[in-house]
Design a protein around this ligand. Sequence first.
Ligand code: MG
Length: 231
Amino acid sequence: MAEGSKLRYILFDLDDTIYPRSSGLMDIVGSRIRQFIVNQLHLQPEVAEALQRRYYQTYGTSLRGLQDEYHIDPEAYLAYVHDIPLEDYLQPDPELDRILGCIQLTKVIVTNGSAEHARRVLNRLGIAHHFRSIVDIRALNFFNKPDPRAYERILELLQAQPSECILVDDAPRNLAPAKRLGMTTILMDGDAEDGVDYHVACIADLRQVLTPLGCFNDGARPSPETSGGKA
Ligand SMILES: [Mg+2]
């Protein structure tokens, strides 16, 4: 973890991080991405799936691959892949709401998806009020995590130093560049990985990581001073 600098921000990935993978929502997003590729490039589903896999490995997202190789309109992509009835997958989560309220850092969503999708997810879960801002793929100038330019952009937007930031993400490879910059990194719902400072099974387990860092207050003690956070 970063030493010698006060933590100010906790940056949450959205999909499969702020809600659990078991919701199945990302499986549906994945199949919408595949269908988008089928429709746009007139490919058989198996070919589209192989392309989707290659894009994920090469670029981090299918959108980046489609932009670079086919000049696909990113707005058409984002509208299509996120057109999902969220209420079928996510429920309001009062416990998540309570836990986020205990975290004494300014909370920001950083997503390779769209801000509209993020806002809908946060509203559905009943946690939107915890987040100061959503940094989406447009705000990242379409440089998705794990492209190093995404992290430079995040820091520029927040006017923050890496050592002031914690990044929580379910993808180890999205955490590695953050760690190299000097952010504190927490892997959600994964195995211990090299280059990651901490790993947790769920948002509730952030308590064990954040309490020793002085960033978690369950109400038993007065709030520590935070810089811009919702104390
Ligand atoms: Mg994710």
